[in-house]
Design a protein around this ligand. Structure first.
Ligand SMILES: [Zn+2]
Length: 308
């Protein structure tokens, strides 16, 4: 009987991307394969993919932006008005959205111009979210994400597949002191372009009145925002200390940048210090991110921690 070595099992996992596929490949039971793979993973064998992943395909990072309609309501006053639900004529919904994948020039834009409501375009965006590993928006944590969830749940939809969120406004507030934190202001400050000029709130009212030119301008504005947002994201991502670890999405043994997945890393002389350890540090030659290695070093003595 042929002996299946650990190397055989790892190679089969790499080839098939699943424990059941590996079991078939090497001719052992699935249960045995799972047990041995679990043991190898616990010993730190990184070559074994945790799930069927696309080999070395980078994670799918979605850049998106939504435009919404205003709430419509009867009001008695212009200041300090407290609007009861009975005064509301129509709640806000999504007028249009634009989205693109990082690394792909195509920008997809959908509007509800010819629809009765925003259900079709909300469902379409959810389908794109299902394919995303990471989604990026400016003020996405407070606005775009929550608005979309409200729309999705209002249509009885289930949550999209798991993804990580990056909010460029959060990075701006957390890591920088820009004069203003609006997308256009930061882009202007960094000299990476500007938003499309438009007539202001009039554009929204014209769209709601069915003005076709206004809808075209709204979508153009939306697309330009997404293009600008991608540039801002690329500029800020190396500074983000809470960025999802992109290297985890690659099913290979390479040491990769945590932000861009690049393999060109250069050791730097300065160490990275935490309260109890010292780590060697490196810089990504592709995006500039500074990282520390997982293995601590230079601990030739007992290190005390703070007592409680
Ligand atoms: Zn990088």
């Amino acid at each position: 009987m042929k002996v299946v070595t650990d190397d055989d099992l790892v190679a089969a996992m790499k080839k098939t991307g699943s424990a059941s596929g590996a079991a078939r490949e090497v001719g052992i039971s699935e249960r045995t394969a799972r047990r041995r793979i679990g043991k190898l993973r616990s010993q730190g064998t990184r070559a074994i993919p945790l799930a069927r992943v696309n080999g070395c395909v980078p994670p799918r990072i979605l850049i998106y932006d939504i435009e919404t309609s205003p709430n419509l309501a009867y009001v008695w006053r212009f200041f300090k008005e407290n609007i009861s639900p009975k005064q509301v004529l129509q709640y806000t919904d999504v007028l249009c959205w634009a989205a693109k994948w990082v690394g792909n020039e195509t920008v997809v834009v959908e509007s509800r111009e010819n629809d009765e409501d925003d259900e079709r375009i909300c469902r379409a965006l959810c389908e794109i979210f299902d394919k995303a590993n990471i989604v990026v928006a400016h003020n996405g944590n407070a606005f775009d994400q929550k608005t979309m969830r409200a729309r999705w749940v209002s249509y009885g939809m289930d949550p999209p597949s798991p993804y990580k969120e990056v909010d460029t406004l959060r990075i701006a507030k957390h890591r920088f002191n820009f004069p203003r934190n609006k997308l256009e202001s930061i882009a202007n400050y960094l000299d990476i372009g500007g938003k499309m000029e438009h007539e202001g709130f009039g554009l929204w009212t014209k769209c709601l009145e069915g003005d076709k030119d206004a809808w075209a301008r709204m979508m153009e504005y939306n697309v330009q925002d997404v293009v600008l947002l991608e540039q801002l994201y690329m500029k800020l991502r190396a500074w983000d200390t809470r960025h999802p670890n992109v290297s985890l999405y690659y099913a290979d043994d390479e040491t990769r940048c945590v932000v861009c997945g690049g393999r060109s890393l250069k050791d730097i002389p300065q160490d990275s210090h935490t309260s109890v350890s010292i780590f060697s540090a490196c810089r990504c030659n592709d995006c500039g991110k500074v990282m520390r290695y997982g293995q601590r070093h230079k601990l030739g003595k007992n290190v005390l921690r703070h007592s409680l």
